[in-house]
Design a protein around this ligand. Structure first.
Ligand SMILES: *[C@@H]1O[C@H](CO)[C@@H](O)[C@H](O)[C@H]1NC(C)=O
Ligand SMILES: *[C@@H]1O[C@H](CO)[C@@H](O)[C@H](O)[C@H]1NC(C)=O
Ligand SMILES: *[C@@H]1O[C@H](CO)[C@@H](O)[C@H](O)[C@H]1NC(C)=O
Ligand SMILES: *[C@@H]1O[C@H](CO)[C@@H](O)[C@H](O)[C@H]1NC(C)=O
Ligand SMILES: *[C@@H]1O[C@H](CO)[C@@H](O)[C@H](O)[C@H]1NC(C)=O
Ligand SMILES: *[C@@H]1O[C@H](CO)[C@@H](O)[C@H](O)[C@H]1NC(C)=O
Ligand SMILES: *[C@@H]1O[C@H](CO)[C@@H](O)[C@H](O)[C@H]1NC(C)=O
Length: 446
């Protein structure tokens, strides 16, 4: 499903309901126009195969432009078709050994579960159990942010564990163990080729299977995680995040901690292998992340925007965070101060979206709520003749995504207005333009 809809702020909830109603299982589920090919591929290479023992190399490749896997990391699962066991493993480990009582005496297998769950090793794991590209605690960076850290690799020795079986049976029902990802069935593809001498001679796997996993924000969580507030130098009023963007104070199940108070010890208890509980400061929007877009200054040829990201989560640091923005003037972005930037122009000439992320060791970690729980940057954009305008909220972003999840925008009618203008007429036109578009989008999403 298309996360587009939040652009329309106020109606977002209604649209969500509509979408869940009309297209619970649509083929385009998870489709993202900013990253249409985005997926995580699990590549399974069968390297050696004897009657009872197989060597397998498994690679997890994050082919998403901006989404990443953060702590507590991936937890890869599958289901064996027979009685296979993981005899040994390098570069990762199974969370449970399971019932290995049928292997009496001698060495026991690493894992005898029918549905093993594999996790990455932590950084600094002993050298003899590492593989190249392992041991990142399950964290996978996005392609753009750090192309050297987008993959994880581990190797296993698998034994059929019983009746000798000549053919290797590819396991089924893969899962990544990260909310929002759904994996398709394994597909046998052309075997991977390897060269150890720089390309003079190639060897190849006996068989290679791909499993493609796709992300859907709405499968990860039915409520948004982020909202946007707006302001401009030409208008004193700040347009806050829409009320109840992520949750409402006082709703059953919604918890928050008032400013100045600390959460009780019970709430702070956490398991490092689990996603930390989301405990936010009490605000009218109840979002863990707020992005503020301030139109700061106008020069003759340029205009300046200040972006601030506030973490309102009391117990969570976001490492390697990223922000995606959609604005037509990004095609004339001239300078970004203190964030990294990369354009995401998927459609060639339409250069209207880009990704921001922190500078390593400076602001790549968005710290938990508090005085230092924010990151900020400014950017300069060129005023392109013919399209630039301070009118009709043109200077505000069309969409904002934090860590790949759509942020709730204020409704266009509320955008800060220029003093003494014809804003009433303008915003009226906006709503008219938006509503049919709206219905069209819903039809496309299904
Ligand atoms: C997954 O992403 C890769 C890299 O962008 C792409 O080549 C491949 O076609 C994608 N797979 C699917 C099933 O979309
Ligand atoms: C362990 O597996 C054996 C057979 O392999 C079975 O007889 C036994 O009941 C199992 N034990 C448990 C606790 O499941
Ligand atoms: C995969 O899971 C589905 C539902 O959870 C189940 O019906 C199916 O039998 C499983 N397939 C295999 C090969 O285990
Ligand atoms: C299988 O995955 C690899 C990534 O390791 C990719 O290069 C290849 O294009 C994929 N093949 C298919 C048919 O999707
Ligand atoms: C977040 O990072 C800060 C500074 O590194 C650290 O003091 C704090 O304990 C971290 N918080 C969590 C929840 O990990
Ligand atoms: C616009 O897209 C081109 C690639 O088509 C890219 O090289 C350029 O940096 C982009 N410009 C901006 C300002 O994003
Ligand atoms: C600022 O914008 C708001 C709309 O968000 C508008 O109601 C108000 O009149 C504007 N203020 C001035 C001084 O124009």
């Amino acid at each position: 499903m298309n996360p587009f809809y939040f652009v329309f702020g106020r109606s977002a909830n209604m649209v969500l309901i509509l979408i869940f109603f009309f297209c619970p299982v649509s083929p385009s589920y998870g489709y993202d126009p900013l990253d249409p090919k985005g997926n995580i591929t699990i590549k399974w290479d069968l390297l050696q195969s004897n009657s009872d023992t197989n060597d397998v190399k498994v690679s997890l490749l994050n082919f998403q432009l901006y989404r990443h896997i953060e702590q507590p990391g991936w937890k890869l699962g599958w289901e064996w078709l027979g009685k296979e066991v993981i005899w040994s493993i390098q570069g990762a480990e199974a969370t449970e050994q399971g019932n290995c009582s049928r292997f009496k005496g001698g060495q026991l297998p690493h894992c005898c579960e029918n549905k093993p769950l594999i996790v990455d090793l932590l950084p600094g794991a002993p050298y003899n159990i590492q593989t190249s590209n392992c041991c990142k605690g399950g964290v996978l960076s996005s392609m753009i942010q750090d192309p050297t850290k987008y993959a994880a690799v581990f190797q296993m020795n698998i034994r059929a564990g019983g009746a000798a079986d000549s053919d290797f049976d590819m396991p089924q029902n893969f899962s990544l163990g990260v909310p929002g990802y759904t994996c398709a069935k394994p597909v046998q593809v052309a075997p991977s080729k390897y060269s150890s001498d720089g390309g003079r001679r190639w060897t190849q796997a006996l068989g290679t299977w791909n499993v493609t996993c796709i992300y859907s924000q709405y499968q990860a969580s039915t409520s948004p995680k982020c909202c946007v507030s707006l302001s401009a130098f030409y208008n004193d009023s700040i347009v806050h995040c829409p009320k109840c963007s992520c949750s409402c104070q006082g709703l059953p199940g919604s918890k928050c901690v008032k400013f100045g108070e600390t959460p009780s010890l019970l709430q702070q208890v956490k398991d490092p292998n689990q996603e930390p509980p989301s405990i936010v400061r009490c605000t009218q929007h109840m979002c863990p992340i707020r992005v503020h877009w301030h139109v700061k200054q106008s020069y003759k040829e340029y205009w300046r925007v200040k972006i601030t990201v506030n973490n309102l989560n009391i117990l969570k640091n976001y490492s390697g965070w990223n922000l995606v923005a959609l604005h037509p003037n990004l095609k004339s972005l001239t300078q970004v101060f203190s964030f990294n930037y990369h354009p995401l122009n998927q459609y060639g000439h339409i250069n209207d979206s880009g990704m921001f992320w922190g500078v390593e060791y400076y602001n790549d970690m968005l710290l938990q709520e508090g005085e230092v729980g924010n990151v900020q940057s400014e950017m300069l954009l060129h005023k392109d003749e013919g399209i630039f305008s301070f009118r009709e909220g043109w200077v505000f972003p069309r969409r904002i995504l934090f860590n790949g999840d759509e942020c709730v925008m204020p409704p266009p009618d509320d955008y800060p207005r220029l003093p003494k203008n014809t804003a009433r007429a303008a915003s009226f036109t906006l709503s008219i333009i938006f509503s049919p578009l709206f219905m069209l989008l819903i039809i496309f999403a299904c």
